[in-house]
Design a protein around this ligand. Structure first.
Ligand code: BG6
Length: 435
């Protein structure tokens, strides 16, 4: 089934909708889907946040966010899109706010005399997940329909089951224990089929190409192993500083922010074996098999912070949060044993570039897959995230097994670097200068 042909109304609730993620990515991706007729005919975006906003004020924020990214968009279509955008003011930690939201969603379903599909997007820092899950559950939002509509909605004979899904941003938890706790809680409220753990890198076109390449073993299967490959370098370089994201980033740091997820997923896509079947579960499992065998293989660990980080707005005094890391991992299986995987990422560097470089032995040179750079910054990742979630395709999302395995790798690294001093580097440094 294609979404655009779907007559099921859809309500998308964005928790934390006045924040950076909605303004920079989500609003424009939703608008782009709308422009291409890729959303259900009857859809509503509900922004939910603490700020005292009217619908109109939230529409203004959404308009501004979209125009910031795309000045030349069709203004008529934009205004049309905004008629689907509403706001519910509420406190994410307060059950009453969720009960108000539940009433609001039920109102729409009663007007339509059909229960809509519901999608909840957690665009908030991970320390709020637990209370949000609890409030969703206690306010009766984990089920798709207003209770009094449920029976009549299923009696329409359409044969289409309505759904509630939840989109959770990374990092999922702040460490392994926290992730386990959240996972158990989520598991009690939702079926795994309803949970979409986002790693927007998996939705990037070039990441999907990288996976196809690994599956086809484009160069030649006989070359893609430790007999021929000297090392693999995986880099996520950013020239931007923290900007005003300290509330999220400080205390989280580069390794949890992008290492535990985006960078490790790049490693998995390069190293995984092609599963016999290409169902989402098989693909998740093939990535997970790689994570299960991945660990630190070198004491050479660098974690750094750019000069001036401590002066950024809302950063805690004396914060030791790292904005750069370099670690060397290995994969303990017959294909990759002995091949170092150098993982590196940082903010405030001299360049924005994300790539995987596979370097061959005997100076046969390196093969570079560019995932993104300044020159191809335009990407459709969040469009794909929304589109696939609405379709119910979990391939580009992350399974609970993967999340736990990723945390295990990262937790080991964090333990090791406790005894290693944080390096302070100048803004605009090259990654290789940070030692
Ligand atoms: C996000 C991180 O997940 O990815 C950010 O929270 C980072 O800190 C961003 O800047 C990088 O994503 P992209 O798509 O801009 O390369």
């Amino acid at each position: 089934m294609k979404i655009e042909n779907s007559n099921n109304p859809l309500i998308l609730v964005v928790f934390g909708a006045t924040g950076d993620l909605y303004q920079n990515k989500l609003s424009v991706s939703l608008f782009n889907l709308f422009t291409q007729n890729l959303l259900p005919k009857d859809f509503r975006v509900i922004g939910f946040a603490r700020r005292l906003f009217s619908d109109l004020e939230f529409q203004n924020l959404t308009r501004e966010s979209i125009l910031n990214k795309n000045k030349t968009c069709d203004k008529q279509i934009l205004e049309n899109f905004l008629t689907h955008v509403k706001y519910v003011q509420g406190d994410l930690t307060d059950l009453q706010s969720f009960q108000n939201l539940s009433l609001e969603l039920g109102k729409k379903d009663r007007e339509n005399k059909i229960c809509s599909n519901k999608l909840f997007y957690l665009a908030v820092p991970p320390n709020l997940y637990e209370i949000i899950f609890k409030n969703i559950s206690e306010a009766g939002l984990a089920i798709p329909c207003a209770r009094d509509l449920e029976l009549s909605a299923f009696a329409t004979g359409s044969g289409v089951t309505k759904w509630t899904r939840i989109l959770v941003e990374k990092p999922f938890g702040k460490d392994m224990d926290d992730a386990k706790k959240l996972d158990q809680m989520l598991g009690r409220l939702f079926d795994e089929m309803q949970i979409f753990r986002i790693d927007h890198y998996l939705a990037k076109k070039n990441m999907r190409n990288l996976m196809d390449f690994s599956f086809s073993n484009g160069i030649s299967k006989s070359l893609w192993n430790n007999q021929n490959i000297e090392y693999v370098k995986i880099a996520l370089y950013e020239d931007d500083t923290l900007k005003d994201r300290a509330n999220f980033y400080d205390g989280v740091g580069a390794l949890r922010d992008v290492g535990q997820n985006h960078v490790l997923q790049m490693l998995a896509l390069v190293a995984m074996e092609a599963p016999d079947k290409k169902l989402h579960r098989d693909i998740h499992e093939a990535r997970n098999v790689v994570f299960q065998k991945t660990s630190l293989i070198s004491e050479k660990i660098v974690h750094g912070q750019y000069e001036g980080y401590l002066q950024e707005k809302n950063v805690e005094k004396g914060s030791k949060t790292e904005t750069f890391f370099r670690v060397i991992l290995g994969i303990d299986n017959s294909r990759w044993q002995g091949v170092p995987f150098i993982l590196e990422s940082g903010k405030a560097l001299d360049n924005k570039e994300v790539f995987v470089e596979v370097c061959f032995k005997n100076t046969k040179g390196c093969f570079k897959f560019l995932i993104s750079s300044h020159n191809n910054a335009l990407d459709d990742a969040y469009e794909k995230v929304f589109y696939d979630c609405i379709l119910g395709d979990q391939t580009i999302f992350v399974s609970t097994g993967e999340v736990m395995a990723q945390w295990k790798i990262v937790t080991d690294i964090i333990q090791k670097w406790q005894s290693i001093p944080l390096v302070i580097y100048k803004k605009g440094s090259k990654a290789e200068e940070i030692k």
